[in-house]
Design a protein around this ligand. Sequence first.
Ligand SMILES: *Cc1c(COP(=O)(O)O)cnc(C)c1O
Length: 360
Amino acid sequence: MSERVFNFNAGPAALPLSVLEKAQKDFLNYQGEGLSVMEMSHRSKTFDSIIKDAERLMKEVMGIPDGYKVLFFQGGATLQFAAIPLNLLPDGASADYVNTGAWSKKAIAEAQKLGKTVNVIASSEDKNFSYIPADFSVNPDAAYLHITSNNTIAGTQFQTYPDSGSVPLICDMSSDINSRKIDVSQFDLIYAGAQKNMGPSGVTIVIIKEELLEKSPDNIPTMTSYKIIGGKDSLYNTPPTFGIYMIKLVLEWIQEAGGVEAIEKINRQKADLLYSAIDKSNFYRGTVAKDSRSIMNVTFRLPDEELEKKFVAEGLEAGMIGLKGHRSVGGIRASIYNAVPLAAVEHLVAFMEKFEKANG
Ligand SMILES: *Cc1c(COP(=O)(O)O)cnc(C)c1O
């Protein structure tokens, strides 16, 4: 294939072309230093300014108020499923979780595996995770409330976040971080694997209220300790240096594009285009409640599985990859993260219309 494809992968996912080009340009010889970022000491002055820039840009782009730290972990969002209860859920206390899909379930299971007490205060499992539950109440004694902002597999998304009162709110934003403007001060901890909206896999962003750092017990694994990793500004051991550098480039790209507000506008345009194509057709059928639709992962079905297979195969021939739904759900999923351009969605919608005419 000589051209770049339209990339609808769920994760790792599309990165902005200009970011890849910048990284390519600097790949062998970073800013005239004669070596690659990958070959540099994580203790060097150059890398120190890269990681500090990444933290500063994250604060600027996301509008993170004073009193929070931005940390970089390895181990994916999945390690945070364990790190959160290890650090913030003492034995004898309990935490509230909202179960909105496969990733919430994994977060719950990981806490339980550690012998922690979890209350699932709301769930949409009764309808195959096709909606975001509303009207649940948070236990005032809970150590925290955990939610999954965007459900990458099911294709649902919290449109507004729950008010957890004085209970700390913790959010897995792996698949929608920086896709829309949010009020960070609502949250005590936000985490996100980079490989959907922020960079390559191998690095996880953790945004944490500084006052929480003190809560980490001393007897937990070092690499899960917010106190230790936070106390060393993510440089306790060798961090994922190249991934952090890529995050910095992605954040610069967001700023150059006009910030999260401008990105959100395009994201909504992309999602509207796709959902209206689904809604006006009797051939395509959305799989989630309209008031819970994700602007990042658009899931839909065709009349039967044979047609879905054909859709994916012909889509590939038309230059689009990643359209097959997650194996647990089936159907079609188009992941339209920040770096997926409007033109890709327009291409998909045109293809959908043609496909329906030929097969409907
Ligand atoms: C992809 C994803 C994860 C898992 O991330 P890893 O980095 O692979 O551990 C967790 N939560 C959500 C919402 C995701 O989209």
